[in-house]
Write a protein that binds this ligand. Structure first.
Ligand code: PGA
Length: 253
């Protein structure tokens, strides 16, 4: 049985005060179920990670970073390593979020290095994949997602791959209010699970968690979560309002 997982990606939002207020509201609203029937994580901007990690320290809510760099230390101005994130209390990190792929220009090869570095540094990567609107319209979803999955997990043997959570986030559904239908999402989730079975084995395919992301909200969370291959939700905009994020967590629990 795969435990549901809901993660909030705060992106470049909040400030030193509102980040702590937000996480405290999340804690008080879901302490009964977090870590029991649903795993919960929040991913604040780097500069607020420490404060948020302190706020969740005695709870079952986890903290994740939105990105990492693949080297452990050294002359990499501006970058943050997995070890540093682990040191301040992070458990997860996003790798290859579509905004990093398409706004910052991260390649499959770079994302692969980050996924690998996260695992080697003791973090649990949330490895993001998903097609652009023009790729979906050109019927290239399967090809794009297959390429991203194979490239992102390249070189990771079975045991390491078991630390990965995959997030399917169709780029056209992110921040647009245009959610993939539960059926559209399920189709791609089933494809991804099948790929994990091919690359690794059926045991890992059944065990690995695959989250959906892209305009997830209280009104669609239950229907998405009812799909057999949707194990969780990666929530952007709606994770910035404690009330909405908590409603999503409850729908997933
Ligand atoms: P959204 O973002 O929920 O605002 O669409 C999801 C994400 O980018 O992770």
């Amino acid at each position: 049985m795969r435990k549901s997982f809901v993660a909030g990606n705060w992106k470049m939002n909040t400030d030193s005060s509102s980040s702590v207020t937000l996480v405290k509201d999340v804690i008080s609203g879901c302490s009964e179920i977090a870590g029991e029937s649903v795993d919960v994580a929040v991913c604040p901007p780097f500069v607020y990670l420490q404060a948020v990690a302190n706020a969740v320290s005695a709870t079952h809510i986890a903290v994740g970073a939105q990105d990492i760099f693949y080297e452990q230390k050294g002359a990499f101005t501006g970058e943050i390593s997995a070890g540093m994130l682990k040191d301040i209390g992070c458990s997860y990190c996003l790798c290859g979020h579509s905004e990093r792929r398409h706004v910052i220009g991260e390649t499959d090869e770079l994302v692969n290095k980050k996924v690998s570095a996260a695992i080697n540094g003791g973090l649990l990567p949330i490895f993001c994949v998903g097609e652009l609107l023009e790729q979906r319209e050109a019927s290239q979803t399967e090809e794009v997602v297959t390429r991203q999955i194979k490239a992102g997990l390249a070189g990771l043997h079975n045991e390491k791959a078991s630390a990965v959570t995959i997030a399917y986030e169709p780029v056209w559904a992110i921040g647009t209010g245009r959610t993939a239908s539960a059926q559209q999402a399920q189709e791609v989730h089933a494809l991804i699970r099948g790929l994990i079975g091919q690359i690794y084995d059926n045991e890992l395919a059944q065990q690995i968690r695959i989250m959906y992301g892209g305009s997830a909200k209280p009104g669609n969370a239950a229907e998405l979560m009812a799909q057999p291959d949707i194990d969780g939700l990666l929530v952007g905009g709606a994770s910035l309002k404690a009330e909405d994020f908590l409603a999503i967590i409850r729908a997933a629990a």
